[in-house]
Each structure stands twice: as structure tokens, then as C-alpha cells.
Design a protein around this ligand. Structure first.
Ligand SMILES: NC(=O)c1ccc[n+]([C@@H]2O[C@H](COP(=O)([O-])OP(=O)(O)OC[C@H]3O[C@@H](n4cnc5c(N)ncnc54)[C@H](O)[C@@H]3O)[C@@H](O)[C@H]2O)c1
Length: 327
């Protein structure tokens, strides 16, 4: 039996716990919340689990084989470090954080300890992405365009730049990560952002609500990413399009479509990528075989670095080479 603890008691902890309940030989035993009360309230919903005020107390009371870190980007505290000191593998939700120095320190320790980690870039596990990969192998890629056009999530921290790092760090990072996964590593970034709609309505909003990002990949490919959070709920467009010598490959959450002169084909997702992500991590915890994990802390760092480069580009109004962020 793999015994799992959680840090965070919000929407995504709930999501992971529900998936773990479908997986055999896994037992969720405890939750750490931002307060004892919140942790206990959450634990009450799940049979035989306990709420703890802090990670140290959970570690003192539970024998844990793995911990899931599902906190907002500004709230990682020193959770990763404590877990590494106790030799406990962790799955951390994306993005890795908002504080560059902190993420750098964790990354360094993960490398030194060769610690077992996974990062919640679940799209890497999608069967539609696998299909996308296969289609790309048969084509010469010209341009790549990606977009995350949506509305502002309701959680309080998302609209605060210092807490979430903005839409590109918090949300569009999924697409950035997929671009690295499918098309290659990023060499440089030019980014522009503005707030044109939402800040007029709510003065507490400090994130941009529109952004345009040009990525030049090391292999020379040019990638254009746009994002916005101005849309009303229930509308939105999220996806990546590759314009190739064979035609257009159009990936969206839930399907991939190829449009060639001869035919149009649509492949609809058959698997739950979150479940595969969890299974890959738990398999590694159980056996030590990390080969099924498609995003480790080190990999997540390279996606996080692109958000750092974008912020630098916005501040300095110039193209930023990723190599400038190498310490
Ligand atoms: N992979 C995905 O598809 C996906 C989807 C949604 C969210 N997420 C990620 O999951 C993370 C959490 O998002 P969420 O939607 O659950 O947010 P949420 O606001 O619903 O939940 C966050 C929880 O963390 C708790 N928290 C805050 N500060 C804390 C602290 N210092 N210590 C312990 N707990 C603390 C809050 O009380 C809350 O229970 C974010 O990084 C988000 O980007 C990933």
C-alpha cells in the first residue's frame, strides 16, 4: 500500500484525491492546509484521513511514501526542502512557483539528492498529444501558434501578479511545456503584456489580461503564443496549431485534428491524462523506475524558466535569451 499525504486543500487536491481513489493499493492518509480548521474540514470528507496544521506535524504522525504539493504558486513555503530532508518523493503541481530564487534552490537540492519528483504537466500524458507527436514525425513544420483564451479563474491569488506570476506562468505554462515537449527547447523569448479590460472593473487585479509571446526555438522554429483572461466564463479557446508541409495539425484539449488536401481526420481522446500522470508517479514510488514520468522537477524548471524570461522581456522591452537565466 502506498501512503500519500497532501499539502493544500483546494480544487486540485480534490481532483487528485478523486483520481487516487480509483487506483489500487494507494491510500490517502492526511492533508496539510493553510489552517488546522481547513485541513480538518477537508479530511472529514475522506474516510480515515486526518487534517494537519503543518507538514512537520503530518510527518511526525504519518508514515508517508509520497506527498502531493497542490498549493498556489506563492505558497510553496519550504515544503519541497522538508520532504527532501525526509527522503519523501513528491508530485508538485505546476507552475513550480513564482519566486525564482526559491525554485532555483529546490532545483539544486533535487539534483544533489537525485530526488524522485514529478510535476503536474498532465497534457504530456494525453493520448492526443502522443498522436500529435506521431503526426509531426511525418511532416516538415513551418509555423506553430498556440493560444489560451479564457476567463479569470475565481481563486483569489490568480489575479495577483506577485502571487500567481500571471496567466503565462500559471496557465499558459501548460502550452509552453507542450511546445518544449513536441517541438524542441526554447532559445529566446519576446513578450508583451497589457491589461485592457479587467483592471478597469476590479482595481485589485494586477495581472495582465492579454499577452503575446514570440518564442524562437533552438532548432529555428518560430512559435507565437497568445493568451487572454478577458472572456466570460463558458467561452474559450485553448490549443496548439502546427502549419506543416502536409497540412494543418490542430490540437485542442480533448482532440487532435489533421487537415490535409486529401482528407480531414479527428482523433478524440480516449484516456484520462491525469490518471496516467498519477500512475506514472506512483509506479516510480513503488518500484524506483522513473521511466514513465514525463515531467520531473528538472523538466518543470525549464518550462518555468520561459515564464521568467517572458517577465524579463516585458520589463526590459527586448528579446531575452534563455541562456541569460543560466546561473
Ligand atoms: N494541472 C492542472 O491541470 C491544474 C489545474 C488546476 C490547478 N492546478 C495547480 O494546482 C495548484 C493549486 O491550485 P488549486 O486550483 O487547487 O487552488 P485553490 O486555491 O483551490 O487551492 C489552494 C489550496 O492551498 C491552500 N494553501 C494556501 N496557502 C497554503 C500554504 N502556505 N500551505 C498549505 N496550504 C496552503 C489553500 O488554503 C487552498 O486550500 C496551483 O499551482 C495550480 O496551478 C493545476
Amino acid at each position: 500500500m502506498i501512503r500519500v499525504g497532501f499539502i493544500g486543500t483546494g480544487g486540485f487536491t480534490k481532483h487528485h484525491v478523486e483520481i487516487l481513489q480509483e487506483i489500487e493499493n494507494v491510500k490517502v492518509v492526511g492533508f496539510v492546509g493553510s489552517s488546522q480548521e481547513k485541513a480538518e474540514h477537508f479530511a472529514e470528507k475522506y474516510y480515515e484521513t486526518t487534517g494537519y496544521q503543518n507538514l512537520e506535524t503530518m510527518l511526525a504522525h504519518e508514515q508517508l511514501d509520497a506527498v502531493y504539493i497542490c498549493v498556489p504558486p506563492m505558497a510553496h513555503e519550504n515544503y519541497e526542502e522538508i520532504l527532501m530532508e525526509h527522503d519523501i518523493p513528491f508530485l508538485v503541481e505546476k507552475p513550480l512557483g513564482v519566486d525564482e530564487n526559491k525554485v532555483r534552490q529546490v532545483r539544486q537540492k533535487v539534483i544533489e539528492k537525485n530526488h524522485l519528483t514529478a510535476v503536474g504537466y498532465h497534457f504530456r500524458y494525453a493520448d492526443t498529444v502522443k498522436r500529435f507527436q506521431e503526426m509531426l514525425e511525418e511532416a516538415d513544420i513551418g509555423a506553430v501558434m498556440a493560444k489560451w483564451m479564457g476567463s479569470m479563474p475565481g481563486v483569489y491569488w490568480w489575479k495577483n501578479q506577485e502571487q500567481s506570476g500571471g496567466q503565462f506562468n500559471e496557465q499558459t505554462t501548460h502550452l509552453v511545456d507542450l511546445i518544449r515537449f513536441l517541438f524542441g527547447e526554447v532559445k529566446s523569448v519576446y513578450a508583451q503584456e497589457s491589461n485592457v479590460v479587467t483592471a478597469k472593473k476590479d482595481a485589485s487585479i494586477t495581472v495582465a489580461d492579454v499577452g503575446l509571446f514570440t518564442l524562437t526555438l533552438e532548432n529555428g522554429l518560430l512559435v507565437q503564443i497568445s493568451n487572454t483572461s478577458v472572456l466570460p466564463g463558458g467561452t474559450g479557446e485553448v490549443g496548439i496549431k502546427a502549419y506543416t508541409d502536409q497540412g494543418i495539425l490542430d490540437w485542442q484539449m480533448g482532440h487532435i485534428e489533421s487537415k490535409t488536401p486529401a482528407k480531414s481526420e479527428k482523433y478524440i481522446a480516449r484516456q484520462n491524462p491525469y490518471k496516467k500522470e498519477n500512475e506514472a508517479f506512483l509506479h516510480a514510488v513503488k518500484t524506483g523506475d522513473r521511466s514513465k514520468i514525463l515531467s520531473s522537477y528538472e523538466d518543470g524548471w525549464h518550462s518555468f524558466k520561459i515564464a521568467l524570461a517572458a517577465q524579463k522581456s516585458i520589463r526590459e522591452k527586448r528579446v531575452v535569451n534563455l541562456s541569460e537565466l543560466d546561473a
